[in-house]
Design a protein around this ligand. Structure first.
Ligand SMILES: CNc1ncnc2c1ncn2[C@@H]1O[C@H](COP(=O)(O)O)[C@@H](O)[C@H]1O
Ligand SMILES: [Zn+2]
Length: 368
């Protein structure tokens, strides 16, 4: 079955899905490849973290209005970057980072995410070193493999480009060090953060170093309009690209970028709600996912910051299915194809594929 069927064909097959535990898309095994740790914290987890901090602030305790963007609210990306700074207040010690990591893993496991790549930028302060930050995440992932055996979790070390190249150098060395020490957990690097005031290409040598050490690379690109930078990133050929909103002709006047994407077939990590609430797309209908489907280009559906954007992986699947009139069977295929884009090892990929196939055979009622 092709994803590029006509809208009418798809519409006639669309199964309406409710967003509850019984929803087929809740039950569907899913893959999450673009989740920032601190942006993924639920309101409940933020409140618990605040209560664990001896000097926690009331502002953080009442995380509701301040930190999470509600149903019909729209913000700018700049607003989002301010929100992340506030959330960092409740994860400023190793034990809090460890608690936060476990809570996020649990949340994803609850909605049948079977494979999760978490990403985060290591920070240091009076209470922790960057090494302790990474160690806290790795040990949370290791302990979760016992507490939450249904989900496999990997970690990508993020460069926050707004912090400059010198800091990125430190982060890259740290990433390589922990990749060597924990090859089965620390599998890749990401570049994210506020893109204002820096050029992606200034970080390519560092990302190449990580790649030479055996790590896979994902880069946030074309989240905002910047054709020159987007072309640089496409030519660098990261294993995946975060967003890619301003590549297809919907949002971009430069056809070369789409040609490059078609040639290189770099999978895009698609984050529907993030793009709408961050104000980079006007509506779900205008989202570039429609082009990726019709052009049969590789992509994966992700949450980005499910806490801040008040979403979940199931909700993102629901939105994609509803907006682009996709059946449960087509959503299963999107989820299944995402396995090819994980940074985890080949043996894991083939095990996940087997699991997906068995799930389909064992749950025929979900596809009716
Ligand atoms: C909405 N679109 C986005 N664009 C770019 N970078 C983003 C982002 N969403 C999150 N981040 C990056 O992830 C950090 C929060 O998680 P961690 O503290 O690393 O776990 C943010 O500070 C930013 O650097
Ligand atoms: Zn992101």
């Amino acid at each position: 079955m092709s994803l590029a069927e006509s809208a009418e064909e798809r519409q006639s097959k669309t199964k309406r899905c409710k967003l509850d535990d019984e929803s087929p898309l809740m039950k569907l095994p899913k893959i999450e490849l673009h989740a920032h740790l601190n942006g993924s914290l639920s309101k409940e987890t933020i409140n618990i973290l605040a209560s664990m901090k001896p000097d926690s602030m009331d502002m953080i305790r009442n995380a509701d209005d301040m930190l999470l963007i509600g149903e019909n609210e729209q913000k700018t990306l700049e607003d989002c970057f301010m929100i992340f700074k506030l959330i960092h207040e409740v994860t400023d010690r190793p034990e809090l980072i460890k608690f936060a990591t476990k809570a996020v893993i649990k949340d994803f496991a609850k909605e049948n995410t079977k494979y999760l790549e978490l990403r985060s930028t290591p920070r240091s302060n009076d209470y922790m070193t960057m090494d302790q930050y990474v160690e806290a995440i790795v040990s949370a992932i290791r302990e979760s493999s016992l507490d939450e055996p249904s989900i496999v979790v990997k970690f990508l070390v993020s460069i926050d480009r707004s912090k400059g190249v010198e800091m990125a150098k430190e982060i890259t060395s740290l990433a390589i060090k922990y990749h060597k020490k924990h090859k089965d957990v620390v599998v890749g690097m990401d570049m994210s953060g506020n893109m204002r005031g820096s050029k992606a290409r200034d970080f390519f040598d560092l990302l190449s170093e990580a790649r030479a050490a055996g790590m896979k690379i994902s880069i946030h690109a074309a989240e905002v309009h910047n054709d020159e930078e987007t072309e640089d990133v496409l030519k660098f050929e990261p294993e995946r690209i975060g967003h890619g909103t301003f590549i297809p002709p919907l949002k971009c006047q430069n056809p070369r970028l789409m040609v490059l994407l078609q040639e290189k077939r770099i999978p895009l990590e698609v984050c529907l709600t993030s793009n709408l609430k961050g104000g980079t797309v006007d509506s779900f209908e205008d989202h570039h996912l429609g082009v990726l489907i019709s052009e049969e280009l590789p992509f994966t559906i992700c949450t980005d910051d499910k806490g801040v954007f008040s979403t979940s992986l199931t909700k993102e699947y629901e939105i994609a299915a509803k907006t682009f009139k996709l059946t449960v069977e087509q959503m299963w295929k999107i989820s299944y194809d995402s396995i090819d884009h994980i940074f985890g090892e080949e043996e894991l990929k083939s095990n996940l594929k087997k699991y997906w196939q068995h799930w389909k055979e064992d749950n025929p009622e979900e596809f009716k």
